[in-house]
Design a protein around this ligand. Structure first.
Ligand code: TRP
Length: 326
């Protein structure tokens, strides 16, 4: 087809916050709405196993994640959302890529080297992370891979491993992917110290109760400017986080009020924050909860995309087998 095929992977970590929303969820949903694109969004549950973690119930992390994308408007009818562990072809292709790659190459992985440097004992799974991620990409003949800056080495691995495999077999079985590096500005968490991240417990979730939201928003760090002092929006953490999801009108309104200062303090900004968050995500939260509680309906929605993805995966994997004489 003439569509551009995108693949992106998202790890099921148990919470989706405004940092994720703005950095990856929203851009992915936008891509899915352009009919010239075919977007395969893959929930990478195998990647989630490379580090020690608790064993959860099947679907406990992945169903809510998929429901979020659907509730927020991912255009499922022309694209796909799939679960990595449903596609054994990925493991097969990961093996083929690994067999074309030197150990020394994988030893240069930042994630692996960092683990060693921090005195951890990395699993062999972490060592093979680049093989698995490269296999994710090649298994669906993906041309474009939208990722954050922190993933650029992984995308280099994908290109290198594709070339190594194709050279080894004197074929062009695997497609070399083009990274789409999303250069989003760093979003600080509510502590104002570190990047917004679940591991620092400084996030504002997308879907939460109003009570919980109000509590988190109250915690957003501010300076001690008084009600009537003019405030620079660029220095105002409330405004920085607000910008990730608010409408243009709401953004302009808050900017204007902060700059003028008079009668508009941080308490007002926080109230406006909560109201806008409720307006943007509140109605979608109902749909989200519906999807979580009616997951068999979600499976139906995913079916057509699954079928396409399976066709791609079967065809690529057969090509790889032929190339290797298997
Ligand atoms: N490594 C990526 C991350 O940590 C997730 C990922 C796995 C991915 N497979 C992928 C991203 C394939 C893009 C394409 O965010």
């Amino acid at each position: 087809s003439e569509k551009k095929r995108f693949l992106t992977g998202v790890k099921p970590t148990g919470e989706v916050h405004l940092g994720n929303y703005f950095g990856s969820v929203k851009p992915c949903i936008e891509l899915s709405k352009d009919s010239k694109n075919e977007v395969i969004l893959m929930c990478v549950d195998w990647h989630g196993l490379t580090n020690k973690r608790e064993i959860v119930k099947p679907g406990q992390l992945t169903h809510p994640l998929i429901s979020i994308y659907l509730a927020l408007g991912f255009e499922i009818s022309k694209n796909a959302i799939i679960l990595q562990s449903d596609f054994r072809q990925i493991q097969e292709n990961a093996w083929y890529l690994s067999c074309a790659t030197a150990v020394g190459q994988l030893e240069r992985s930042h994630a692996y080297k960092d683990a060693i440097a921090n005195g951890k004992q990395p699993t062999a799974g972490l060592f093979f992370y680049p093989s698995l991620m490269s296999a994710d990409i090649v298994t669906f003949d993906s041309q474009y891979v939208p990722v954050g800056k922190d993933q650029s080495q992984h995308l280099e691995y994908a290109s290198d491993m594709v070339k190594l495999f194709n050279n080894l077999t004197a074929t062009d079985v695997f497609i070399e992917p083009t990274p789409i590096i999303q250069d989003v500005p760093l979003l600080l968490g509510i502590d104002g110290d570190r990047k917004m991240s679940k591991s620092y417990n400084n996030t504002i979730p997308i879907f939460t109760t109003k009570k919980e939201l109000e509590k988190k928003v109250k915690e957003i760090k501010t300076d001690s400017k008084t009600l009537d002092e003019p405030k620079n929006p660029d220095d105002c953490l409330i405004f920085q986080i607000f910008k990730t999801f608010a409408s243009t009108e709401a953004i302009n309104y808050m900017k204007d009020r902060l700059e003028k200062g008079f009668g508009y303090g941080y308490g007002h900004a926080k109230k406006d924050f909560v109201d806008e968050h409720e307006r943007v995500f509140g109605t979608k939260r109902e749909l989200y909860e519906y999807y979580c509680n009616h997951y068999s309906e979600v499976r139906e929605l995913l079916q057509p995309g699954y079928q396409n993805a399976k066709r791609y995966a079967d065809s690529v994997t057969q090509r790889a087998r032929n190339a290797l004489g298997l």
